[in-house]
Design a binder for this molecule. Structure first.
Ligand SMILES: Nc1ncnc2c1ncn2[C@@H]1O[C@H](COP(=O)(O)OP(=O)(O)OP(=O)(O)O)[C@@H](O)[C@H]1O
Length: 247
């Protein structure tokens, strides 16, 4: 049987100095090839869970596997996944090419591969003309595309995306979503979170709704909409998490 892209069991995590657990005995499975959305109100635990799933935060207890391999600090597991964090994770003083050279080498790619991947990515993401300009001079939308290019330079099997389109215009958003769909068509599993629920509904086929660190709904988009008699993801979100401020 094919191993799921992500398998989490009995996960407990709390921030240092905080007596309360963010997650207590959480379980989640994400299928290989899924376009998986993790949704929930501000402070629900989405970024924390992404950080735990990518080894940036260490759980108190529990098991996390990516494609059947335990999440440990090894080169093999790091090559399996890419992360596109909410905060820009590149060097602003460097150009896109220099950033991709740095992060490509960090991911273990050779010079020739970095060169060909960089050329391809900058072309696909509309950055070829600004390849030699410092990233600090870019618009927000261009910076988002650099952030994405860095996350996929090593062609990961699973890509974690934390609000990859926040603050971009419609053109850039459409281009990013189209690119993510292409990646998924080629076999990349997507794990995505966003508050842009129209976009999310277009992108995701499976989802989990998280609230207060607990998964309150999990299934395919169609199943959950039908089960809760909702017409779209935004209404499903409000139905499951309520209308009041949550943080
Ligand atoms: N570094 C930290 N130290 C202590 N508590 C934190 C830290 N980061 C987040 N938290 C707390 O953990 C909980 C989950 O936060 P998290 O950022 O994961 O939520 P989120 O669902 O990603 O929210 P948003 O939609 O606002 O990005 C919140 O109660 C938050 O205040």
């Amino acid at each position: 049987m094919k191993a799921p892209a992500v398998h989490i069991s009995q996960l407990s995590f709390g921030y240092p100095g905080n007596d309360n657990y963010t997650f207590n005995n959480l379980a989640l499975t994400i299928g290989a090839g899924d376009r998986f959305g993790l949704f929930g109100p501000n402070g629900a635990g989405k970024t924390t869970l992404m950080s735990v799933m990518t080894g940036l935060l260490k759980p108190k207890s529990g098991k996390i596997e990516l494609f059947g391999q335990p999440l440990v600090n090894s080169c093999e597991i790091k090559k399996l996944f890419g992360l596109v964090p909410q905060d820009f994770s590149f060097y602003h003083e460097l150009t896109p090419i220099e950033n991709l050279e740095f992060f490509g080498a960090w991911a273990g790619l050779g010079k020739a591969e970095i060169r060909s991947r960089s050329t391809e990515l900058l072309e696909v993401l509309g950055l070829a003309d600004v390849r030699c300009k410092q990233v600090k001079l870019f618009s927000g939308g261009m910076k988002r595309r650099v952030n994405l290019a860095i996350g996929v330079i090593h062609q990961p099997k699973i890509l974690f995306l934390d609000e990859p389109t926040v603050g971009v215009d419609v053109q850039t958003r459409n281009a990013i979503i189209e690119y993510l769909l292409q990646l998924n068509n080629q076999g990349t599993t997507l794990v995505y979170t966003s508050h842009q629920l129209n976009e999310a509904q277009e992108l995701c086929n499976n989802l989990a709704m998280i609230d207060g660190g607990a998964i309150i709904a999990n299934g395919t988009m169609d199943e959950l909409l039908a089960k809760h008699q909702q017409t779209d993801l935004e209404n499903l979100f409000l139905h499951l998490t309520g209308h009041h401020y949550r943080d």
